[in-house]
Design a protein around this ligand. Structure first.
Ligand SMILES: [Zn+2]
Ligand SMILES: [Zn+2]
Length: 317
């Protein structure tokens, strides 16, 4: 099968012909129909996440089809032990021995993938293969982050990429007011955010017209943490949604005072996925995407890095 393989972090992926993977116990073989690109993929390629299996097939937002015709969605959480203190307390996202798709397990930048079916999702009807793919991480982790924002009415989204373009729609559906922050000067991104329901959009160096009850930071930029804190109302929360961020600069305690909070979101549980996928269909969330052929995975990653993707990038074998 054809695959795009990471051999050495810091180097582009290499197009390769690999043997068709063999399903082990509890696994199924999927023919990949679409695999969305995530910023986490970029962190792995750049060596910012330090324990990938190598060589590695990236990709953890996979829509694939089993031999009997069933369509499944494959997320980042690929396996857990089911027995550690986190698994036993409903927090399998924090499992001590978790294995992640496209990181410790080969992922979907390929024509075929083997997966543990217990961690796959049924996908909502009404979404094509490419449309469904970004729901599996951008949507799902974005949704977990939105839940951690509590019942915040005035919500800030820092970084308006694949996740934010989904979450703005869910937040609006829930009756929240959304303020979107892009790279300074990205007027196209700001226009896109307003089209999807943000009542205000501006650069991350700007102040929103109202205080925020919560902010979700999708961009991997630590300096946004104090920036978002300074835009919060009393008791507000900053949620860091990404798996990696540049260092957070020192900031005065005053920014945290009055019960403001900073927290991160790690991974997902299967319960998150079921809840989000059914909500996505109710909203209904509309996915804006660009598809690229599998061979152009490096191009897709480059464009994601420089912010040149409107919505989500999806690879199609
Ligand atoms: Zn566990
Ligand atoms: Zn992801």
């Amino acid at each position: 099968m054809r695959a795009m393989v990471l051999e050495t972090p810091g180097q582009p992926l290499r197009e390769a012909e690999l043997p068709e993977p063999e399903p082990g116990p509890g696994q199924v073989l999927l023919e990949v129909r679409a695999c969305a690109v995530c910023r986490t993929d970029l962190h792995i390629v750049d060596g910012e996440l330090t324990s990938p299996r190598l060589p590695l097939v990236l990709g953890h937002q996979i829509v694939g089809v089993v031999g009997d015709g069933r369509r499944l969605g494959v997320p980042w959480l690929g396996w857990t032990d089911g027995e550690c203190r986190y698994c036993r307390s409903g927090r399998e996202n924090l499992c001590d021995r978790a294995l992640f798709t496209g990181y410790q397990l080969d992922g979907g930048y390929a024509e075929m993938v083997v997966v543990d079916e217990r961690y796959c999702f049924q996908l909502p009807d009404g979404y094509g293969d490419a449309e469904a793919a970004p729901l599996l991480c951008a949507g799902l982790i974005g949704y977990r982050s939105l839940r951690m924002a509590g019942d915040a009415e005035r919500l800030g989204l820092y970084g308006f990429g694949s996740s934010a373009h989904i979450i703005v729609q869910v937040a609006r559906h829930q009756g929240r007011r959304v303020f979107a922050f892009t790279r300074p000067g990205d007027t196209e991104g700001q226009q896109f955010a307003r089209e999807l329901g943000a009542e205000w959009a501006g650069g991350s160096d700007e102040r929103p017209p109202d205080e925020l009850d919560a902010a979700i930071i999708f961009a991997p930029v630590g300096a946004l943490v104090p920036a978002a804190l300074s835009a919060l109302a009393k008791g507000g929360t900053v949620v860091c949604a990404g798996i990696h961020m540049s260092d957070i600069p020192a900031f005065p305690y005053e920014l945290l005072w009055e019960e403001r909070m900073v927290r991160s979101v790690a991974n997902l549980t299967r319960a998150d996925g079921e809840e989000f996928l059914s909500l996505a269909q109710q909203v209904p969330v509309r996915i804006e995407l660009e598809t690229l052929p599998l061979e152009q995975a490096n191009e897709a990653l480059d464009r994601l890095r420089s912010g040149r993707i409107r919505g989500s990038a999806v690879l199609v074998p």
